[in-house]
Write a protein that binds this ligand. Structure first.
Ligand code: UDP
Ligand code: MG
Length: 309
């Protein structure tokens, strides 16, 4: 018998815990045919509602259901990492609790693993039901990201992935604190099959990602998988130095020929404003990397477990 681990990160998903379980088992007969057992690991990311109680109730009914709960909200990336560490399966799949990752795709995903792929990833081709502004910024993020990073990050990629043990171990070996999962998957490589599907809207509850949270997450992605902004800051600084040098010569020559005119302070103010703005911006970029390095150096645990059932 083989074992498939299903990892479900949950943050305030009390309404979805049982629905997810039912929907998953509806597609589980396929795995029986394939002589594959399932274990379901709900990772409770410090929920403030009754998610933990719901999972415990499921666990009493079905011993294949496991619970790993955190001491507080550590974020989805940490929940995925914890789930991967806890999973014992020969294969592991990660799925959202809100049923936006349809379990009906599992048999097809499984068939590709049988064909010899190391990992089967999914991407949604539409962004139906999403605010247009959000879609616009998301598209822009992926375009910029793929220009400035050597790691491939696919637009619309979801965290819904089926992986072999080998890939899981590779991901577990990346113990960094700032975990940008989409980048980590791209970074480890291996042969990946991409499946496409239409966006499914969340069944119940609300999305945990505000625009601001997504914006901060995108910065995380950029600083974790690209150092191009640092180079850009340096190039910009050099450019301004050259410009300043030219200006100095022009000013000296002009003063020698025409004397010292007192006019010209508006242009001076403009230059000071622009240059100091650019300086602050570049300092901000450096600060971003410094803060990430700071967090890595501290070597804090990625998550803290409260209960493991
Ligand atoms: N999630 C989590 N921790 C968080 C935020 C979200 O574990 O801090 C889980 C959430 O419960 C869900 C999945 O991550 O199972 C995806 O979250 P959501 O559906 O809110 O994101 P969206 O689908 O809107 O991008
Ligand atoms: Mg969702």
């Amino acid at each position: 018998m083989k074992l498939l681990s299903v990892i479900v990160p949950c943050y305030n998903e009390e309404e979805n815990v049982r629905d997810f379980y039912d929907e998953l088992l509806r597609n589980a007969s396929f795995f029986q045919e394939k002589e594959t057992e399932i274990e379901i690991i709900y990772v409770d990311d410090g929920s403030k509602d009754k998610t933990v109680a719901e999972v415990k109730r499921l666990h009493e009914e079905d011993a294949r259901v496991h619970l790993l709960s955190f001491s507080r909200n550590f974020g989805k990336e940490a929940a995925i990492y914890a789930g991967l560490q806890r999973a014992k399966g020969d294969m592991v799949v990660m799925m959202d609790a809100d049923l936006q990752d349809p379990p009906s795709l599992l048999p097809e995903m499984y068939s590709y693993i049988e064909q010899g792929y190391d990992s089967v990833a999914t991407r949604r081709v539409t962004r139906k039901g999403e605010p247009p502004v959000r879609s616009f910024f998301a598209r822009m993020f992926y375009r910029i990201m793929n220009k400035i990073s050597r790691t491939e990050i696919v637009d619309g990629a979801r965290d819904y992935r089926l992986m072999t043990r080998q890939v899981v171990d590779a991901i577990l070996a990346m113990t960094e604190y700032n975990r940008f999962t989409k980048g980590i998957f791209g970074w480890v490589g291996y042969e990946t099959k991409w499946l496409e599907y239409e966006n499914v809207e969340r069944k119940k509850g609300e999305t945990k990602w505000s625009f601001w949270k997504l914006f901060v997450y995108s910065l995380e992605g950029i600083t974790a998988f690209s150092t191009v902004p640092l180079t850009m800051a340096a190039v910009l600084g050099a450019l301004f130095c050259v410009l300043a040098f030219g200006m100095i010569i022009v000013t000296i020559v002009r003063t020698l020929i025409y004397g010292d005119p007192t006019s010209g302070w508006p242009s001076l103010v403009c230059i000071i404003l622009l240059v100091s703005g650019v300086q602050l911006f570049c300092l901000g970029i450096v600060g971003q990397y410094l803060s990430k390095t700071y967090m890595e150096v501290k070597k804090r645990p990625i998550y803290l477990v409260k209960e493991d059932i």
